[in-house]
Structure formats: structure tokens, C-alpha cells
Ligand binder design. Structure first.
Ligand code: PHE
Length: 339
């Protein structure tokens, strides 16, 4: 028995393996249930009591040594494998999936940038507003039907607290804090209690513009809007102003741009008219300047407001406004490169 242990020990000391599979075969040969060392443990039961102590000690030493030796062989292959993969330059790399800007942010940033070149700064106001900032200070008399046009959401049935229906409320916030000259745009979310459809949503985004200074005229408004239209929709873009009504501007107008898809000839997008309506505008009503502590004899101004979704729908040919709010990656990932 002692001889057998000694010769196995010699054998194990000289073990070599070429591959991980060789090392596994050695483990099976020596250490598995029916392996050579395990068999010795069975035979050990027959060893005479006076030899048990010495043989037991040697047998245990053999087992520990063999286990360590074979494990070392195995580990060396595991390491080799890792080294191999780290230097395999043909392996595909790890791709990092980057997000992109939301199309509404892309369009909003473009608009901010265009007006920035004309010296307009950006200001923001709260989405939960009071009646004064959304209506009264903007010359909407109480009980005036123009209030109905806006389908207002009220908070807690308190008619004084509401979700702003337009970003014109930020005009008021700016004028009450600042004397002219004022030249700023106000991007933000607005809310209207409208049935959701492909063309309308109860939440959407507007960008408002306000310019108040000495001798501001309708010609300044028109020139500013022509510049914006050409920068936004291309240098061949024409604009058309149609008379309109807003309580806070007088005179008021709605602006159309020539359809950039058909060049004004008439197509499905412009419904055959050659024109697309994109914003409301006008000269700030003197009553609004006065309500906000600005002397209307000294100063005049213009304002305009446009829907960001509407412009994004025209630019990207999006037929359904709901797509902007559904967070469907199949839709959003199409705008990844649209910075
Ligand atoms: N606030 C108006 C709207 O929501 C748009 C507008 C803004 C019109 C500024 C004139 C001047 O329809």
C-alpha cells in the first residue's frame, strides 16, 4: 500500500496536460469516484490497525497534492483562454447604444437658435397659472367668449387656478418684472381640454415671442417673421399674413408659410392651397402694456406664438400628433441624428 502511494505520488508530480480536456481527463483518472486515488481509499479499510496511522497520513497527503496539481493545470488553461480573447482583435466590440434628442426638442432648439441670432433671450414661466396671467392681464374681459376658445383645465374646481392654455402668460410674467426694452421668447408646455385626435392633443408645446421697445412697428414684426420663416423652412419660403383676432394684440394676424413640399403649387400636406398656417401674431394691445405697468404712449411692441408640434409635423412629415407623446422607440429612434 505504501509503495503504491509512493509511486502514484511520483506519477502525479510528473503530470502534464496539453489542453483543458487533458486536465479534466487527469481529474477523472485520479480523483473521480472510481479514480486511482479514490480506489486506494477503499483499500485503506483493509489496512491493519497498527499501519492505519502512517498509511492514512500518506494517503491524505497524496490526495491533497493531486487535487492541487490537477487544479493548477486546469486554471492555467482557463487563464490562457482569457488572455486569448482579450487579444483577439477580430472579436466584435461592445456597442454603446446612445439616445437622441426628442424631435420636439430638436425643433424647439432650432427655433430658439434662430431667434437668438436676432437678440431674443429665453424666459420661462409656470405651467400651473392663475387667471390674471393667462387671461385678465392679457385683456380677456371676464365673461368674454374668447375664454371659451381656450378649453381651460381648472385645478380643484377653483376658477382662479388653471393650467396655462398658452405661453402668452409668460409675456405677463416678464412685463411685470421688467421695463422695456424686452426682447425674449418663451418656450413651454400648454394644456387644453380638447379631444385627442391625430391633429389635436390636450398637451402641446408653444413658443411665444415678445418685443417691446420704443417705436416698434408692424413692419418690424413682419420682417422678424420673414427672417424666421426663411431660416426655418428654407430661403425660398414666402409668408402671408391674414387678419385675425386675439384679445391681447391689435391688429392681429395669422401667418402662413408657402408649402415647402410643393413649393406653393398645392399638394396633400397643404391641402391644395400652397400655404401652411404656422403662427398667430400682432401688435401688443396698449391695454396689455398698461395692465402690466408699461407706458403705452412711450412704448409699443409685437408678439407672436407658434405650436412646436405643428412645425415638427410639417418638417418631418408626421401625420399623427399622438406619436410625439407615446415614447415608441420605433418612432423616436428615427430622429437620432437630427441634432
Ligand atoms: N396665444 C395665442 C394662441 O395660443 C397665439 C398668439 C401669441 C397670438 C402671441 C398672438 C400673439 O393661440
Amino acid at each position: 500500500m505504501l509503495d503504491k502511494i509512493a509511486s502514484l505520488l511520483e506519477e502525479v508530480k510528473n503530470l502534464h496536460a496539453q489542453t483543458a480536456a487533458d486536465a479534466e481527463a487527469l481529474r477523472i483518472k485520479y480523483l473521480s469516484k472510481k479514480g486511482e486515488i479514490s480506489v486506494l481509499f477503499d483499500e485503506f479499510k483493509q489496512v491493519s490497525p497498527e499501519l492505519k496511522r502512517e498509511v492514512g497520513k500518506k494517503l491524505n497527503e497524496l490526495k491533497v497534492f493531486a487535487t492541487e496539481r490537477i487544479n493548477n493545470l486546469k486554471e492555467s488553461f482557463a487563464e490562457q483562454q482569457n488572455e486569448g480573447s482579450a487579444t483577439d482583435l477580430s472579436m466584435p466590440g461592445t456597442t454603446y447604444v446612445c439616445g437622441g434628442r426628442h424631435p420636439l426638442s430638436v425643433v424647439k432648439n432650432d427655433i430658439i437658435e434662430i431667434f437668438g441670432r436676432l437678440g431674443f433671450t429665453v424666459a420661462e414661466g409656470p405651467e400651473v397659472e392663475d387667471d390674471w396671467h393667462v387671461f385678465t392681464a392679457l385683456n380677456f374681459p371676464l365673461e368674454h367668449p374668447a375664454r371659451d376658445m381656450q378649453d381651460t383645465f381648472f385645478i380643484n374646481t377653483n376658477p382662479d387656478i388653471l393650467l396655462r392654455t398658452h405661453t402668452s402668460s409668460v409675456q405677463v410674467r416678464v412685463m411685470e418684472k421688467q421695463q422695456p426694452p424686452i426682447r425674449a421668447i418663451f418656450p413651454g408646455r400648454v394644456f387644453r381640454n380638447e379631444a385627442i385626435s391625430a391633429r389635436a392633443h390636450c398637451i402641446f408645446h408653444q413658443i411665444e415671442g415678445l418685443y417691446v421697445a420704443k417705436n416698434v412697428s408692424f413692419a418690424d414684426l413682419k420682417q422678424t417673421l420673414i427672417y424666421f420663416a426663411k431660416e426655418m423652412f428654407g430661403p425660398d419660403t414666402q409668408i402671408r399674413l391674414r387678419p385675425s383676432y386675439f384679445p391681447f394684440t391689435e391688429p392681429s394676424a395669422e401667418m402662413d408659410v408657402s408649402c415647402s413640399l410643393c413649393g406653393g403649387k398645392g399638394c396633400g400636406v397643404c391641402k391644395g392651397t400652397g400655404w401652411l398656417e404656422i403662427l398667430g401674431c400682432g401688435m401688443v394691445d396698449p391695454a396689455v402694456l398698461e395692465a402690466n405697468g408699461i407706458d403705452s404712449k412711450e412704448y409699443s411692441g409685437f408678439a407672436f406664438g407658434m405650436g412646436v408640434e405643428r412645425i415638427a409635423m410639417l418638417r418631418y412629415q408626421v401625420k399623427d400628433i399622438r406619436l410625439f407623446f407615446e415614447n415608441d422607440m420605433r418612432f423616436l429612434s428615427q430622429f437620432k441624428s437630427a441634432y
